[in-house]
Design a protein around this ligand. Structure first.
Ligand code: DC
Length: 231
């Protein structure tokens, strides 16, 4: 009997990819559709950066960051994230915390401190996990591995629309150009780091959503999942 058919085996769908590719939205919708749990692993790196900022710890102090990551007091609800009993969704999604997360995520001790916390999300009937190293490091035995991406221009455009929807001043000159630049900078840092870099795991299936709607991407993942259940 394969491990996947063994009693008690909890399946994982790993969805990795660069920032603003839409992987978070796709992953959470797939989870909802299948009745699976959902892990937004990027939120844990963002929470570590936020906790550090609030406690005056530098984003470059690896050991202090790892100690913080180990002790994080967080709670995930359907549409809310809490840190030390304060709701932090908006600040967590800010560009500043994205940059902070990318910075603290370079450090092996921080990544190690968050590993068990991520694996604890794996509960019956299944888990959809999104991030950068879900397929390669955190859940190497995932049943389905997807590398979801889109061109940097399309991702910058998607982030721009998100910011507009949040009521940000859209008249800022060259915001789109600036977002494209930031996106390329973050990709380069995430891809170049020594531990768990952003790369497509060899067995992950490539899903380029540049010309796709969210629903098309969700349907694609669900179809792959259904196919795997039948073989
Ligand atoms: O997915 P996101 O934009 O919320 O991720 C924020 C940063 O955290 C991203 O720049 C890289 C890092 N990250 C990581 O290194 N590993 C993960 N599994 C998830 C995120």
């Amino acid at each position: 009997m394969s491990a996947e058919r063994a009693p008690g085996f909890v399946p994982v769908i790993a969805i990795d990819g660069p920032s603003a590719s839409g992987k978070g939205t796709v992953a959470s919708l797939v989870a909802r559709q299948l009745g699976f749990h959902y892990l937004d692993s990027g939120a844990l790196y963002r929470l570590t950066a936020l906790a550090a900022e609030r406690q005056g710890v530098s984003w470059h102090d690896e050991m202090a960051l790892a100690a913080l990551a180990e002790r994080l007091s967080v709670r995930f609800e359907a549409n809310a994230v809490w840190l030390d009993e304060r709701q932090v969704d908006d600040v967590l999604r800010s560009e500043n915390m994205g940059a902070g997360a990318s910075c603290v995520a370079q450090y092996p001790a921080v990544r190690a401190a968050l590993l068990a916390r991520q694996r604890a999300f794996r509960r019956a009937p299944g888990l959809v996990a999104d991030g950068r190293d879900m397929a390669s490091v955190v859940f190497p035995d995932a049943s389905l591995k997807v590398f979801l991406t889109a061109s940097p221009e399309i991702r910058a455009e998607r982030r721009y629309k998100q910011l507009m929807e949040k009521g940000m001043d859209v008249k800022i000159d060259n915001l789109l150009v600036e977002l494209t630049r930031q996106m390329a900078e973050r990709d380069a840092r995430d891809a170049a780091r020594a531990v768990a870099p952003l790369v497509r795991e060899p067995t992950a299936e490539l899903l380029d959503t540049s010309a796709m709607t969210i629903q098309m991407a969700v349907d694609w993942v669900l179809a792959r999942w259904k196919h795997l259940q039948q073989v």
